[in-house]
Ligand binder design. Structure first.
Ligand SMILES: *Cc1c(COP(=O)(O)O)cnc(C)c1O
Length: 381
């Protein structure tokens, strides 16, 4: 039987413990497992490759993405690294011009040196992707919504381009979370999550994940997952299993708070621009309605006529929002992308993508929305 989302968030991958009946998945704090005779074991040999707590979480995340296979990594970047290891010198990757800074860094500072070619295009334009494809293209890596200007990419449109071409189409689904968007259903081959963000949801774990329905791709990824060993420990897997049980409730609250805040900011005289896919004026609004179940908790704003000093002053003036990198936790965060999350991107490149000095990014938490609005209004004053 196919259960619905909330039921899977709470139960998928998890059965009462065989040995004791424990309802919650135990933290299997072990590196190794007893074998009855050499090679005869219960499916677990060594925890770099397989661990029962981590496996329960991998099954749960895969289930929430309507995927057959899931892999958990020590961070989102370790997951991304595992995908890039599938490539060889001369291969080409098409990706977005508005990317998470760490993704831009691993592409340009790690894998470009090894002879892999990265083409940065506007992924909200399917034609731009089509025009960038060559017979050397092996991977298309898309964020939707993008970070931080929340541009939408048409997953189904890109999926049609890559179907039966041998090109792997991967979506970084961190900003939407599996509750709001399931890219595999629209033709993506692979989904990456920074589990650190909404899936974990409590800003207490760094973790990543990959999910796919493609057995061959899974086997190739599993090889590097085990060979290179960027896998997380069982304590962290347990914390995420705990967090994921409320993913649906948290996402509903994030979306609702963000809606109220986006509308207030959209009318605010000190705000020149609000980026939130739920606003009818957002260029990706119609697409968001088609491929997402809600508009998410991330909002970016441009402060009117503010220079860097003024923007810093506002960013440092919050009492409920915390000035910090990261996103997706229950608590509200504010971030200055140009100097924080996107500091590793050259100024000219980032300004072209809209990451100007007076842009602030909000990760709207699930506190009382009246308190969040009062905090924003006071800081802007
Ligand atoms: C945070 C983030 C990552 C990297 O994940 P880590 O868990 O920090 O390694 C990748 N993509 C996006 C969109 C992110 O927000």
């Amino acid at each position: 039987m196919e259960y619905k989302f909330a039921t899977r968030a709470i139960h998928a991958g998890q059965q009462a413990d065989e040995a004791t009946g424990a309802v919650m998945t135990p933290i299997y704090q072990t590196s190794t497992y007893k074998q009855e005779s050499p090679g005869e074991h219960k499916g677990f040999e060594y925890s770099r490759g397989t661990n029962p707590t981590r496996q329960a979480l991998e099954h749960c995340i895969a289930s929430l993405e309507n995927a057959k296979y899931g892999l958990a990594f020590a961070s989102g970047m370790a997951a991304t690294d595992c995908v890039l290891r599938l490539l060889n010198a001369g291969d080409e990757v098409i990706t977005g011009d508005d990317l998470y800074g760490g993704s831009y860094r691993i592409f340009t500072k790690v894998y470009q040196q090894l002879g892999i070619v990265f083409k940065f295009v506007d992924t909200s334009d399917v034609e731009a992707i089509r025009n960038a494809i060559s017979d050397r293209t092996k991977l298309i890596w898309v964020e939707t919504p993008t970070n931080p200007t929340l541009k939408l990419a048409d997953i189904q449109g890109i999926g049609r381009l890559t179907k039966d071409t041998g090109i792997c189409f991967a979506v970084d689904n961190t900003f939407a979370s599996p509750y709001l968007q399931n890219p595999l259903d629209y033709g993506a081959d692979l989904v990456m999550h920074s589990v650190t963000k909404y899936i974990g949801g409590h800003s207490d774990v760094v973790m990543g994940a990959l999910v796919t329905n493609d057995r061959q791709l899974y086997d190739q990824l599993w090889f590097y997952y085990n060979a290179c060993g960027g896998t997380p420990g069982p304590q962290d897997a347990f914390l995420v299993l705990r967090g994921i049980k409320t993913l649906h409730l948290r996402m509903q609250a994030h979306c609702e708070n963000a809606r109220v805040i986006a509308e207030v900011l959209n009318r605010h005289p000190k705000i020149a621009r609000v980026y939130w896919p739920g606003l009818p004026t957002h260029p990706g609004h119609e697409l968001a309605k088609r491929q997402m179940r809600g508009f998410g908790g991330m909002i970016s704003i441009v402060i009117k006529d503010a220079d860097l000093t003024e923007t810093f002053r506002i960013a440092s003036n919050f009492k409920v929002f915390t000035l910090a990198e990261s996103l997706g936790g229950v608590e509200s965060l504010i971030n200055h992308p140009a100097t924080m999350t996107h500091g590793s991107i050259p100024k000219e490149t980032r300004e072209k993508a809209g990451v100007v000095d007076n842009l602030l990014r909000l990760s709207v938490g699930i506190e009382d929305v009246e308190d969040l609005i009062a905090d924003l209004e006071a800081a802007l004053r």
